[in-house]
Design a protein around this ligand. Structure first.
Ligand SMILES: Cc1cc2nc3c(=O)[nH]c(=O)nc-3n(C[C@H](O)[C@H](O)[C@H](O)COP(=O)(O)OP(=O)(O)OC[C@H]3O[C@@H](n4cnc5c(N)ncnc54)[C@H](O)[C@@H]3O)c2cc1C
Length: 395
C-alpha cells in the first residue's frame, strides 16, 4: 500500500474542513491529515445550499454551546484567519413567534438559553408591534428575539476561509470519492478512493453530510443519516420591509415558515410535514414550486401584509443531512470501531456548528477526549440505548 495518512476525512465541506482546520491549525496536530472530497465545487453540498444562519435559540445546552462557539469564531475572524477575513455576517437576530400553546416551551427554552449566557429577549405583542410595525401580531402570544449573537452570513466565504486555513496549515485535499472502507476486526485500516488509490489510515472521520449513512455503510456501520430535500425561495417585495430579522413563525397562522433578508431580496422556506418528507435520491434537486404558492406565501402575507406584493425570483433545493433518529448530530467515536469517528446528522443546523463540531472531533483525535465542550450527549451509543436528544420546537 503506497500511501498512509494518520487521519482520513471523507467530505471536505464545513464539517470536514472545520475538523482539518482545527487539527492542523488550532491544535497543531503533528500527524498527517487527508481530506477526500468528491466535488471540490461543493455545488451540491448542504453547506453551499443552506440558508447560512446562526442562532442560539435551541433547547439542548450542547447545541447552544456549539452555536455559541460559532459566534466566537465569527467575532475572532481576523485573529484566527487574518486581517482580510470576512464572511458578510449580519447580526440581525432570530425572531421566533409563539402562539399561546407555544408559550411554555418558549419560556422554558429561554431559561436554558439565558443560563448558557445567550442574549435572547422575550417580547410581548406590543413590543413586537413597536419594533417591527409592518408585522401583524395576530395569533402571537410571545416571541423570543436574539439581541446579539444571531444572524446570517455567506456560506461560501465561511467554507472557503476555513478550508484555506486547513490547507495552509498542512491538511492535504484530494478530489475523489471514498468508495470503500476496509476493516480488520474493530479497526478501520484503509479506504479505497474512486480513482483506485488505497490509503491506509490511523483514524477515519465521516464528514460526508447527507451521504453520511452511505459512507458509514461502507464500513459495515448503520447510521440513520440520509438526504431529505429542503427548498429555499428567493423573493422580492415591491413594498419596503426594512429591519426584518430571521423570522420563524411558530404560530398556527403560518406554522413553521421562515423568512430573512438576503441583499435586496428575501429568502424563505418551511419544513415539510414529517409524513411528506421521504429520503431523496442523490441527484434529486427538483423544486416543488407549489410549496411557495400554497403554503409559504399565504403564511407570509398574513404575518406581514406588505408581503402580498411578493414576487418569486428563483428557488433552489438542497439536501439536509437528516438524522432520522432524533434530528440532532452524531459526533464521536464508534463504541466498538473506535478509529471510526462520526461528524454527521446535523439536520438543518450544521453550518453554524461546523467550527464547534470540528473542534470536538479534532480534540478527540489529538487528545483522546473532549476538552472544550463535552459532546458525549451526541454519541452514537444513544441510538442503541434509545436515548434521543429532543429539541423542543415552538409550534
Ligand atoms: C436548504 C438548507 C438550509 C439550511 N439552513 C441552515 C442554516 O440556516 N443554518 C445552519 O446551521 N445549517 C443549515 N443547514 C444545514 C447545514 O447546511 C448542514 O447541516 C451542514 O452544511 C452539513 O455540513 P457537512 O459538511 O456535514 O455536509 P455537506 O455540506 O453536505 O458536505 C458533505 C461533503 O461530503 C462530500 N462527500 C459525500 N460523499 C462523499 C464520499 N463518499 N467521498 C468523498 N466526499 C464525499 C460531498 O461532496 C460534500 O461536499 C441547511 C441545509 C439545507 C439543505
Amino acid at each position: 500500500m503506497a500511501e498512509h495518512f494518520d487521519v482520513v476525512i471523507a467530505g471536505g465541506a464545513i464539517m470536514g474542513s472545520s475538523t482539518a482546520w482545527f487539527l492542523k491549525k488550532e491544535l497543531g496536530f503533528s500527524g498527517s491529515v487527508l481530506v477526500v472530497e468528491k466535488d471540490p465545487t461543493y455545488a451540491r453540498s448542504a453547506t453551499m445550499l443552506s440558508a447560512a444562519s446562526i442562532r442560539q435559540q435551541f433547547s439542548t445546552p450542547e447545541n447552544i454551546r456549539l452555536s455559541r462557539f460559532g459566534i466566537d469564531v465569527i467575532r475572532s475572524l481576523k485573529e484566527r484567519f487574518g486581517p482580510d477575513a470576512d464572511i458578510g455576517f449580519h447580526e440581525k437576530g432570530y425572531l421566533t413567534l409563539a402562539s399561546e400553546a407555544g408559550v411554555p416551551i418558549l419560556k422554558a427554552n429561554h431559561a436554558i438559553q439565558t443560563a448558557e449566557g445567550s442574549d435572547i429577549a422575550l417580547l410581548d405583542p406590543d413590543e413586537i408591534a413597536r419594533r417591527w410595525p409592518f408585522l401583524s401580531t395576530e395569533g402571537i402570544a410571545l416571541a423570543a428575539y436574539g439581541n446579539s449573537g444571531e444572524g446570517w452570513f455567506d456560506a461560501w466565504m465561511w467554507l472557503d476561509m476555513i478550508r484555506k486555513a486547513a490547507k495552509g496549515a498542512g491538511a492535504v485535499y484530494t478530489h475523489a470519492a471514498v468508495t470503500g472502507i476496509a476493516r480488520e476486526g474493530n479497526r478501520v485500516t484503509s479506504v479505497t478512493l474512486s480513482d483506485g488509490r488505497e490509503i491506509a489510515c490511523g483514524t477515519f472521520v465521516n464528514a460526508a453530510g447527507p451521504a453520511g449513512g452511505d459512507v458509514a455503510k461502507l464500513a459495515g456501520i448503520e447510521l440513520p443519516v440520509e438526504p431529505r430535500k429542503r427548498f429555499v425561495f428567493v423573493v422580492h417585495c415591491r413594498e419596503k420591509v426594512e429591519g426584518l430579522p430571521m423570522l420563524i413563525d411558530g404560530t398556527v397562522i403560518s406554522s413553521g415558515v421562515y423568512i430573512r433578508p438576503e441583499g435586496q431580496y428575501f429568502i424563505c422556506g418551511v419544513s415539510p410535514e414529517e409524513n411528506a418528507d421521504p429520503r431523496v435520491g442523490e441527484d434529486d434537486y427538483d423544486v416543488d414550486y407549489s410549496l411557495f404558492d400554497d403554503v409559504i406565501w399565504p403564511g407570509l402575507a398574513t404575518r406581514i401584509p406588505a408581503f402580498e406584493a411578493l414576487k418569486m425570483v428563483r428557488a433552489w433545493a438542497g439536501h439536509y443531512d437528516f438524522h432520522t433518529f432524533d434530528h440532532n448530530a452524531v459526533i464521536g467515536r464508534h463504541p466498538e470501531v473506535t478509529n471510526f469517528v462520526f461528524c454527521n446528522g446535523f439536520s438543518g443546523h450544521g453550518i453554524q456548528q461546523g467550527p464547534g463540531a470540528g473542534r470536538a472531533v479534532a480534540e478527540l483525535i489529538a487528545f483522546g477526549e473532549y476538552r472544550s465542550i463535552d459532546l458525549s450527549v451526541f454519541g452514537y451509543d444513544r441510538l442503541a440505548a434509545g436515548r434521543p436528544v429532543v429539541e423542543a420546537n415552538i409550534i
